[in-house]
Design a protein. Sequence first.
Length: 232
Amino acid sequence: RFAVQAIDLVKDYGHGENLVHALRHVDIGFERGRFSAIMGPSGSGKSTLMHTLAGLDSVTSGRVFLGGDEITGLKDNELTVLRRSKIGFIFQSFNLLPMFTAEQNILMPLTLAGGKPDREWYSRLVETLGIADRLKHRPSELSGGQQQRVAIARALITRPQVVFADEPTGNLDSASSAEVLSFLKQSVKELGQTIVMVTHDAVAASYSDRAIVFADGRIVADVDHPEAEQMS
Ligand code: ADP
Ligand code: ADP
């Protein structure tokens, strides 16, 4: 039923005196066609949740399902294949490849999978994101906001079923943020995607259908259709 689901998810880091309980028995499911925001103070476990749901990080115990398939227990190479076909991940730190142009970075997931770009979708992505005239530039020649938008285009180029976004508007001014968030919101409805976004920004959260609030490795609130005023 869920596009992404975690059952009794536990993630500890370190041991002994340095033991950190990053996720304390988290149960959560994300439905198709919904845009969810994860909020909460720094260190509350938001990034850890995203990384474990995306199979980028191992779990201490519990189970993670992606599109009906259990990913906990899969081997690294199996996970890589699954991630490439089903997930788009927008990292806080962009993770763009410095030697490649914006265009090559955006098309990289297709290049790696041996697929061909859908030109129409590609054009729409780069135009909506406002980077159509920056495609031949390398990341170092782009502003932070432009790099972020290249990273967003790269995450969406394969039209993934599930998109994880870690502070996707963290480096954008409010006008660009609004454009990017509207685009994500529209993309969810159009492609029936599932988007899970970590954000500190109440305005960004107001674009989502659901807001989940974390504190100390646990979900402390889970509300549908949040209003910007209520989230601040
Ligand atoms: P965020 O802004 O999402 O809170 P952090 O600054 O907490 O990001 O973490 C950035 C990166 O550093 C993440 O990949 C996280 O896994 C890692 N990290 C966070 N805390 C620690 C720690 N105490 N020791 C080692 N790595 C950490
Ligand atoms: P958030 O994203 O909400 O800021 P994180 O998921 O990054 O929170 O971190 C949750 C807790 O786990 C924090 O106490 C953080 O320091 C710790 N942590 C995160 N990554 C690591 C890591 N790689 N090694 C050790 N501790 C970590």
